[in-house]
Design a protein around this ligand. Structure first.
Ligand code: NAD
Length: 496
């Protein structure tokens, strides 16, 4: 049963897929994939761009996205739909074509030859998505795999499957090839069945599930990309533009009600400016409008800043972390509790005087809580920032850009902003992924595309020097001669 978390209204009942459904979907995908991979790059690209425009122009999709997640219309359209268009533009455009075309390399040793590096589709890719971004971390994560010529089976979160199901309907309505993109809704069982059968898995979700998927993929020897949780730090130096930093900290903490992987989960502020930073952040929080987003979402009238908590257990998680922090000496400057009513809302919460031993500084919150800790200097801030098993994102704030850049390089994270926050997610030209226990592999960039390919290297004659090939082949193979060995010895001494 899927409910609107902002109102409690029942939206739909979705039957859960299981093993037979996954098996049937994989069989359809295997049958459809070769023809999809055989299409010229530009035709696959044109199909995916048609779908992206279809998503953009479909009011039902946007309302579904807002209703099942409880997020604001701006976050649904301005982030999820916009991101899907931007990512499709990048992967299906010139950059994608360049990344996937045969790559010719010229060896030094056998200069009569050349190596042709070919990027083949892997076959059937399983994409398993979370509930916090029902489009951006679900269908949008299928675009790279589809661009490469794979068939994709998407298993969305059991808590927010409706957006993905609407995308699958649009795929059909637009007459795109059957079996190439399919959605199988379901719980963990459907995800497990997909992990057993797909040729590659792209997973976004929790660390625990990510580890279990990686273990099984390891046994099957199929590649896996893991996009897991974060505890991203924001390091604010004393010379930072404080109003700007406070504004960004509040946006990054309460965007999507704090249910965003790359959001700032810890704010570390240099002692001399900590009190002023807290006052500015409290002022920003007081201005936030929180409540059920208005529908239809396309009206886009910007009435709400902070929406609902999509997944209700996140409320108890936030409460437990706040209680732990307060018991250990933290101060609640704003918010601190769930709001009453039919919807699942938690007041944007600002915590001051937090210390590294508190759960809110060690475990992912994934809810609207912003802990602020004072640090003596940048070095202490950096040490605390890196004192986590996670390494997804982060930001450094200072008017001295060279110093901020130097600190950014020392942050153990997959993506960092200097004097900004979270923008990496929209810079689709550059790889985005976690380090340490935040994940393996990438989204975005040529790296994010090529990982969906099986690479084959074919060695062939260089057209200009092929006359010499029979001679070289004879010299290096049977019968071995002392003359060739002496020549090789001379080469080894001369060139290495
Ligand atoms: P989750 O791990 O509980 O579930 C994710 C998906 O995996 C769901 O579709 C679920 O049904 C499926 N699943 C559960 N058990 C499975 C199993 N054993 N085998 C296969 N599939 C299984 O995560 P969630 O609660 O939906 O998402 C929240 C988490 O996702 C947070 O930790 C957040 O940080 C992370 N996340 C990371 C990114 C990123 O890009 N790094 C983006 C968004 C969310």
């Amino acid at each position: 049963m899927i409910r609107n978390p902002a109102t409690g209204q029942v939206l739909a009942e979705v039957p859960c897929g299981d093993l037979p459904q996954v098996e049937a979907a994989v069989a359809r995908a295997r049958a459809a994939q070769p023809a999809w991979a055989a299409l010229p790059f530009r035709e696959r690209g044109a199909a995916l761009r048609r779908l992206a425009r279809g998503l953009r122009d479909d009011p039902r999709l946007l309302d579904t996205l807002v209703s099942e997640s409880g997020k604001t219309a701006f976050e649904a359209e301005g982030m999820e739909v916009f991101y899907t268009l931007e990512l499709t533009r990048y992967f299906t455009g010139r950059a994608g074509r360049r990344a996937l075309r045969d790559d010719l390399r010229h060896p030094m040793v056998f200069s009569n030859k050349r190596a042709r590096v070919i990027h083949h589709a892997r076959g059937v890719v399983g994409v398993i998505g979370p509930w916090n971004w029902p489009l951006l971390n679900n269908y949008a994560d299928c675009v790279a795999a589809l661009t490469c010529g794979n068939a994709v089976i998407l298993k969305p979160s059991e808590h927010t499957p409706l957006t993905s199901l609407r995308v699958a309907e649009l795929w059909k309505e637009l007459g795109l090839p059957e079996g190439v993109f399919q959605v199988v809704p379901g719980r963990a069982e459907a995800g497990k069945a997909l992990v057993e059968r797909a040729d590659m898995i792209f997973f976004t979700g929790s660390q625990a599930v990510g580890r279990s998927i990686a273990a099984r993929a390891g046994e099957r020897l199929v590649p896996v990309v893991l996009e897991l949780g974060g505890k991203s730090p924001m390091l604010v130096l004393a010379d930072a533009d404080l109003p700007r930093a406070a504004h960004a900290a509040v946006w990054s903490s309460f965007l999507n009600s704090g249910q965003a992987c790359v959001r700032n989960e810890r704010v570390l502020v240099e002692e001399p400016v900590a009190e002023r930073f807290l006052a500015l952040a409290a002022e920003e929080i007081a201005k936030l409008r929180q409540g059920p987003p208005l529908l239809p979402a396309l009206s886009g009238d910007g009435t709400m800043d902070v929406g609902a908590i999509t997944f209700s257990p996140q409320i108890a998680r936030a409460q437990a972390q706040i209680a732990d922090a307060v018991a250990k000496g933290a101060r609640v400057v704003a918010g601190g509790e769930a709001r009453g009513g039919a919807g699942q809302f938690f007041a944007p919460t600002l915590l001051a005087d937090v210390t590294p031993d508190m759960a809110v500084m060690r475990e992912e919150t994934f809810g609207p809580v912003m802990p602020v800790m004072r640090v003596a200097n940048a070095e202490e801030g950096l040490r605390i920032a890196n004192d986590t098993p996670l390494g997804l994102a982060g930001s450094v704030w200072s008017r001295d850009e060279a110093r901020a850049r130097a600190l950014a390089r020392r942050l153990e994270a997959g993506s960092v902003c200097v004097n900004d926050t979270m923008l990496n997610y929209f810079v689709v030209e550059a790889p985005l992924g976690g380090v340490k226990a935040s994940g393996l592999g990438f989204r975005h960039g040529p790296e994010g595309l090529r990982q969906f390919c099986r690479v084959e290297t074919v060695i062939e004659d260089h057209p200009l020097f092929k006359w010499i090939s029979p001679l070289v082949s004879r010299e290096i193979s049977f019968p071995y001669t002392g003359r060739t060995q002496r020549l090789l010895r001379w080469i080894m001494k001369r060139f290495y």
